[in-house]
Design a protein around this ligand. Structure first.
Ligand code: PLP
Length: 377
């Protein structure tokens, strides 16, 4: 049976150039970057070259990049530090953040007031409401808003959010796990304080990410020990993965415009073909203002059952529903709930990458229509 992978928001295939760079590092540069002999110095050189590549890709300084184990760790590092290191008294947050933000916020809620920002019907926060909240009171505030939502692709206007927040001296953190390597990003121009990223969402390896920190010394160390990562995160660095991540981001940024046009065309084609064929289908993702890799579709009630992703999988289509990236937990989606999406209808997320081909989209549409026809019969 043919298999089509349309779950790239969960993770992306690792590209050949990334694998080659990782294997080369594992074979040739096994030294510990903290060792002072030449094996260590060579490894250290590669580590700093990777940091430089990542910083260049997002218009930052190498000293502002701290390597972590994943996007989840990057988000945790900021939020768990907010009270102690930044004396934050209030966090303004979107209600449809990833669990690595929501669960962490719950842990700090005894020290910090948490306020959920209003969103529009597609899931983007209302910047006027943000300004109103910031103008009220004088609590030291951290604004934590994801750049693009992982379940429906809703984009937040991070430039305006940063501008407004700076006006009221608020810190800004953004979970950019879904947009890093997919949209052009300029940290210097944004003036943002913290950004979380994860390599496996842009064709790098799993288990490695980074945190951009505007003022590198403003947070207390997240992991204590041998003072790696300029004392921020101790532990011997995951060298091969860090190098793989830097190669992945360098490539992603180089081809960003072409990849966006290509992937957007795949998404548009799938939305049109399904919309034209299956009655009562609903495109939940706002195609005019969303991350081009994500297409979330509400299926007609007649097809909506808990087995829908399984039925599609049986036809060779890999996609996901609800909170797909939270370790198989079969909970309802807090995102769809916040968007008031009716529970009786099943929403499925198809997500694309530059490695998908148009004939895969055609095949997926054919199989979805086949399933629909079998269901209505
Ligand atoms: N934030 C968002 C928006 C995500 O989509 C994900 C992963 O799915 C994460 C954070 C967590 O990233 P990681 O898997 O690297 O921990």
């Amino acid at each position: 049976m043919r298999k089509v992978y349309l779950d790239n928001a969960a993770t992306t295939p690792v590209s050949d150039e990334v694998i080659e760079s990782m294997v080369k590092n594992l074979k040739q540069t096994f030294g510990n970057p903290s060792s002072s002999h030449h094996f260590g110095r060579e490894a250290k050189g590669q580590l700093e070259e990777a940091r430089r590549k990542i910083a260049t890709a997002i218009h930052a300084k190498p000293s502002q990049i701290c390597f972590t184990s994943c996007g989840t760790e990057s988000n945790n590092s900021v939020l768990k530090n907010a009270f102690q290191s930044l004396q934050i008294e209030r966090i303004l947050v979107s209600p449809i953040e990833h669990p690595s933000i929501h669960a962490t916020i719950k842990e700090v809620a005894q020290d910090i007031e948490i306020v959920y920002l209003p969103i529009d019907k597609f899931g983007s926060i209302l910047t006027d409401s943000l300004e109103k909240l910031l103008s009220e009171g004088n609590k030291k505030t951290l604004v934590s808003v994801m750049h693009a939502n992982n379940e429906v692709g809703a984009l937040n206007d991070i430039e305006t959010i940063c501008k407004i927040s700076k006006k009221y001296n608020a810190f800004v953190h953004s979970d950019m796990v879904q947009t890093m390597g997919h949209l052009p990003l300029n940290m210097e121009a944004l003036g943002i304080d913290f950004v979380a990223a994860s390599a496996h969402k842009f064709h790098g390896p799993k288990g490695v990410g980074f945190l951009y920190i505007k003022n590198p010394n403003c947070l207390k160390p997240f992991i204590s020990g041998g003072s790696q990562e300029r004392g921020m995160r101790s532990g011997t660095e995951n060298m091969a993965s860090i190098i793989g991540m830097s190669v992945a981001l360098e490539h992603a940024v180089k081809n960003i415009a072409d990849d966006e046009a290509y992937v957007n065309n795949l998404r548009k084609s799938m939305a049109e073909k399904l919309g034209n064929t299956i009655l009562d289908i609903e495109i939940i993702t706002n195609l005019e203002n969303s991350l081009y890799t994500v297409l979330t579709i509400g299926f007609p009630e007649i097809m909506s059952n808990d087995m829908l992703t399984f039925q599609l999988d049986m036809k060779g289509i890999a996609c996901s529903s609800g909170s797909a990236c939270s370790s198989g937990a079969n909970k309802g989606s807090h995102v769809l709930e916040a968007l008031n999406y009716p529970k009786e209808r099943k929403a499925i997320r198809f997500s694309f990458s530059k490695f998908n081909k148009m004939d895969e989209i055609e095949y997926a549409v054919e199989k979805i229509v086949e399933l629909y026809t079998e269901t209505v019969k």
